[in-house]
Ligand binder design. Structure first.
Ligand SMILES: CCC/C=C/C(=O)SCCNC(=O)CCNC(=O)[C@H](O)C(C)(C)COP(=O)([O-])OP(=O)([O-])OC[C@H]1O[C@@H](n2cnc3c(N)ncnc32)[C@H](O)[C@@H]1OP(=O)([O-])[O-]
Length: 717
């Protein structure tokens, strides 16, 4: 929809009206074309202003329409008609002008923006390019280099920066539409030729700009094709006349539009929004559960996790009590938190927010906070002791949260006098950088507690996903099997380099062995000791390489025993030039160790190809994802996918593990899992999940229909 009115007798005002973001659906495009033609026809109208209702100019093309055949007038001729018009057209930009919204504004002769508005061409994040003239007009407005950067990254620009770049002509703190109307009246009668971007000549881009950008993108894009097409389109703007550049833009878009990557990225966009609408098996959901405001929070433990959480809370303007009993750790933690906050302040040219943090060694200082996040190391006895004390010290309506990455939230809740106020808030390291937050609800967690943790996550700028309570929750439960498979592949003949190369070619930022070296091999070692898989708790009556009745690889434990803990000790799965070194090199010592290990256990090394690496690592993880859905630990495949994309480096252009399974084909995933399960009967989790079988039996429905096959939650409310 778009509304039309006449202001001051001579100004035609067209308001886009398609809440919530005035996306350019076919109806809206039709209405704009019609209203623009009407304004141009009306002899009383001397100028036109285009704006959006409800404080938003336009969020771009309607992404929901991309899944079906496009109907209605296309954007390109509509924008061309505006630009070609003989009456000045001014875009009044409030809120956002993104994608097709900015392209519409670029077709206007002038752009006025509210100082809080943002503009950008984020199509690349959806696997596309700005194909309504954006790749051809923006470089003609800003010069090639800034346009290339904006289009290939999809970065949003705030109005003041947009003004500097020349994207907008004026920024105002007043009513943008009123300012635009006055402006439009003031330019009536002035020549428009120069204001038509399609007619502008481009100045020569710096030498080597496209080659350099292309090389950087190929390195960073991890197989994503849209950024490459964006470079090609902008290059066309710099080298071809406007019309030929538009043809190139259209052709490139045609190859992207139906690609699997575009589908995956658009799925990811909606998945990220759908997880905010959480629902629990007991019937509670985001629509009916109210969050409580958190004014004062506390964080217990100032290790890496605790520090990151403190910084995140302060950045959101929440006052924090940071508590740590170890004096040295308190001192180091305090120094590091303040250093990060000072760096933030420098970046934003503002005063540091360190006044919001109070550091203490006393738990009793937490008596008056609204919410506590415990972030001590993974020791159930220690955590229980803390929760018992918190239950007595904190005010009765304070929420008690744990940052555990795998331990039982119900067990912790049970030692408090308020199990309904206990939830897990599982941050990912470093917590002030990583986007993901798993909000873990226990058996007794109240809807209010879940809503408060989810709301707090949003305030901290996190992508929060509500998940059920089980060992490892969603992310780590799936990850465990992926890591195990990688270790088995080494036993069978692969090297860490081969496994990592296959995973990196798939699109992971880092292969699993490099990640393990980075985070430290001792992290998993501690967890395996707790689980009785290695160390004192092991039942040595079992045959070697078997634990708790199934196949087990002690490879990582053996490296830990040798003190090879990864980057910090300069040796792990790779070799580093010094402790703390970042550059992994193949380690001949490790290769010899693998040869000796195989010979000791009578294992014959065989050649393992990339397909097997991917299938064994990824399909086992995916199979566990189906089990998680079947158990109701995640409420839908989108939850699993959002967790993997935002917390585990799964390539976004592959949508997430469950989306990937859908793309590969569920029957193929099932068939390969059956094959591997037969080949490795001592690895029970390779047995295909009942849900996967059920979906295949039902004709492998597309991912958006999977929820219909999940067990329905029963409301206990
Ligand atoms: C073909 C020619 C080339 C052009 C290509 C393009 O323009 S491609 C497009 C390029 N543009 C982009 O990539 C911009 C994508 N959008 C955004 O970045 C943000 O939504 C925002 C900044 C506009 C608003 O942020 P916020 O935190 O205030 O709100 P929120 O994010 O929660 O969204 C609210 C609701 O609106 C929905 N929705 C939003 N946009 C679209 C859309 N374009 N379409 C459809 N729906 C859209 C969203 O799903 C959600 O729906 P729900 O869950 O309530 O049913």
């Amino acid at each position: 929809m778009a509304k039309y009115s006449r202001l001051h007798g001579s100004v035609g005002l067209i308001s886009l009206a398609n809440p919530p973001v005035n996306a350019l659906s076919s109806v809206v495009r039709h209405a704009i074309s019609e209203k623009v033609a009407k304004a141009f026809r009306d002899p009383e109208v001397t100028c036109v202003v285009i704006c959006g209702e409800n404080g938003v100019f336009c969020g771009g093309a309607d992404i929901r329409e991309f899944a079906s055949t496009m109907r209605g007038p296309p954007l390109v001729p509509m924008i061309d008609a505006i630009e070609e018009g003989e009456k000045p057209v001014v875009a009044a930009i409030e809120g956002v002008a993104f994608g097709g919204g900015l392209e519409l504004a670029l077709g206007c002769h002038y752009r006025i923006a509210h100082y809080k508005a943002r503009v950008g061409l984020p199509e690349v994040t959806l696997g596309l390019l700005p194909a309504a003239g954006g790749t051809q007009r923006l470089p003609r407005l800003t010069g090639v280099a800034p346009a290339l950067q904006l289009i290939t990254t999809g970065r949003h620009v705030a109005a003041p920066e947009a003004l500097k770049l020349g994207i907008v002509d004026q920024v105002t703190e007043q009513n943008t539409v009123e300012v635009a109307v006055q402006f439009a009246k003031s330019v009536v009668g002035q020549a428009l030729h120069n204001r038509r971007l399609s007619l502008r000549q481009l100045s020569c881009p710096p030498d080597g700009l496209f080659e350099e950008t292309m090389a950087q993108i190929k390195q960073r894009a991890r197989g994503a094709v849209a950024p490459i097409a964006c470079v090609q389109a902008v290059k066309a703007a710099a080298t071809l006349p406007f019309k030929a550049g538009m043809d190139k833009e259209r052709d490139l878009m045609a190859t992207l539009f139906n690609s699997g990557q575009a589908k995956a990225l658009q799925y990811s966009f909606f998945a990220q929004r759908s997880v905010a609408k959480w629902n629990l098996p007991n019937g509670a959901h985001s629509g009916i559960s109210k969050a409580r405001a958190v004014h004062r929070a506390a964080v217990i433990g100032l290790g890496t996790m605790g520090r990151g959480i403190v910084v995140s809370l302060v950045r959101a303007g929440i006052s924090v009590i940071a508590m740590e009993t170890n004096e040295k750790q308190l001192h180091t933690g305090k120094k590091m938190v303040i250093a990060i906050l000072e760096k933030d302040a420098q970046k934003h040219n503002a005063a540091p927010r360190a006044d919001l943090v109070h550091f203490t060694e006393r738990l009793s200082d937490l008596s008056n906070v609204d919410l506590v996040i415990e972030a001590v190391y993974e020791d159930m006895v220690l955590k229980k002791d803390i929760f018992k004390q918190l239950s007595m010290i904190c005010k009765p309506d304070a929420f008690l949260c744990t940052n555990t990455s795998a331990l039982n939230v119900d067990e912790l809740a049970a030692v408090t006098g308020r199990p309904e106020m206990v939830v897990g808030m599982h941050f990912f390291a470093p917590a002030h950088v990583m986007k993901l937050l798993e909000v873990v609800y226990g058996q007794h967690s109240s809807p209010e507690a879940v809503a408060t943790a989810m709301q707090l996550g949003k305030r901290l700028g996190k992508v929060s996903v509500a998940v059920g309570n089980c060992p490892g929750f969603v992310g780590n439960r799936m990850m465990k099997l992926y890591v195990e498979q990688a270790h088995f592949l080494l036993e069978e003949g692969a090297t860490p380099e081969q496994v990592d190369e296959a995973l990196e070619e798939f699109g992971f930022a880092m292969g699993i062995f490099k990640v393990s070296d980075l985070s430290g091999l001792d992290v998993g070692w501690r967890v395996r000791k707790e689980a009785g898989l290695t160390g004192a708790g092991v039942d040595w009556k079992e045959p070697p390489r078997r634990r708790q009745g199934r196949r087990y690889s002690p490879l990582a434990d053996l490296l830990c025993e040798k003190g090879h803990l990864g980057q910090k000790t300069s040796r792990g799965w790779y070799l580093y030039e010094k402790p703390g070194g970042r550059d992994p090199k193949p380690d001949q010592g490790l290769h010899s160790f693998l040869v000796e290990y195989r010979s000791k256990y009578g294992l014959k090394a065989r050649r393992i190809d990339k397909d097997e690496v991917l299938e064994r690592c990824l399909f086992s993880l995916i199979n566990e994802g189906f089990c998680i859905l079947d158990d109701g630990i995640a409420s839908g495949p989108e939850d699993v996918d959002v967790i993997y994309v935002h917390g585990y480096g799964w390539p976004r252009h592959r949508g997430g593990p469950m989306f990937y399974a859908d793309m590969v084909g569920l029957s193929k995933v099932l068939e390969r899992l059956e094959f591997y399960h037969q080949a490795h009967p001592d690895v029970p989790y390779l047995k295909p999940s009942p849900l996967l079988r059920k979906l295949v039996r039902n004709g492998s429905p597309p991912i958006r229909e999977w929820r219909e096959f999940l067990k329905r939650p029963h409301s206990h409310l």
